[in-house]
Design a binder for this molecule. Structure first.
Ligand code: MD6
Ligand code: FE
Length: 218
């Protein structure tokens, strides 16, 4: 059996929409029909605002490489985490959010039950094999009225989705190319993370996983 056929058979056995918690849903393969357009958007953005390894307030270099597009970008340095309208590397505004990004984020949010999502921030993350993201909450937005929409492309990963407390047991959710996770409402502040990405090469992204995280930060 070819790997592709095996993938297709596995897909058939899984629901397209899988509830994870109240307000949280996995939309399997939701972004796949638009993957090439989205990755072209990523290439455009990172040509203007290159991926970089931020430093945490504690002084550690993050293993995930990051950039942003949209009116606000998430940044971290020795002084803390924050949203900033300018790329601190260049002093220029972050690149505009490609129309395909806005459209995907809005339609995915709608499929997750959140009508009218208009994100002003898109964080682009590149995970190379071995890269992980430890359990955290997304709480730098200052208000939690809108969901987080997280799009996975390229290499697969295991997403950890916990509860409102760090000690709550986390579900392990395998994410494949094109999968989208939406979490908002009662699960907006749920802890989440990504286990170390395994070695591999994806036909569209090469040896990495690209994640887009959409938020309303302003
Ligand atoms: C993911 N990413 O990569 C989920 N949060 O599947 C995140 O939760 C995330 O990549 C805050 C900042 C960057 C991220
Ligand atoms: Fe997060």
């Amino acid at each position: 059996m070819t790997p592709d056929l095996f993938d297709a058979l596995e897909d058939d056995a899984l629901p397209a929409t899988q509830p994870l918690a109240p307000g949280a849903v996995l939309l399997r393969r939701f972004a796949r029909p638009r993957d090439e357009v989205l990755l072209a958007g990523v290439a455009q953005v990172i040509a203007q605002a290159p991926l970089r390894h931020l430093v945490t307030p504690g002084g550690f270099r993050m293993s995930v490489a990051m950039s942003n597009c949209g009116g606000l970008g998430w940044v971290s340095d020795r002084s803390g985490y924050r949203y900033d309208a300018k790329d601190p590397e260049s002093g220029r505004p972050w690149p505009a959010m490609p129309a395909a990004f806005l459209d995907l984020a809005a339609t995915a949010a709608q499929a997750g039950g959140f009508e009218g999502f208009a994100p002003d921030a898109c964080l682009i993350n590149r995970y190379e094999p071995g890269t992980r993201l430890s359990l955290h909450q997304d709480r730098d937005e200052g208000h939690y009225d809108w969901p987080i929409v997280s799009v996975s492309m390229g290499l697969p990963a295991v997403f950890l989705f916990g509860g409102g407390r760090r000690s709550d047991k986390a579900q392990r959710i395998p994410l494949a190319h094109g999968d989208v996770v939406v979490w908002g409402g009662p699960s907006r502040l749920h802890y989440h993370g990504v286990l170390p990405v395994k070695e591999g090469v994806h036909p569209l992204t090469g040896p990495c996983r690209i994640n887009l995280t959409f938020r309303k930060a302003g």
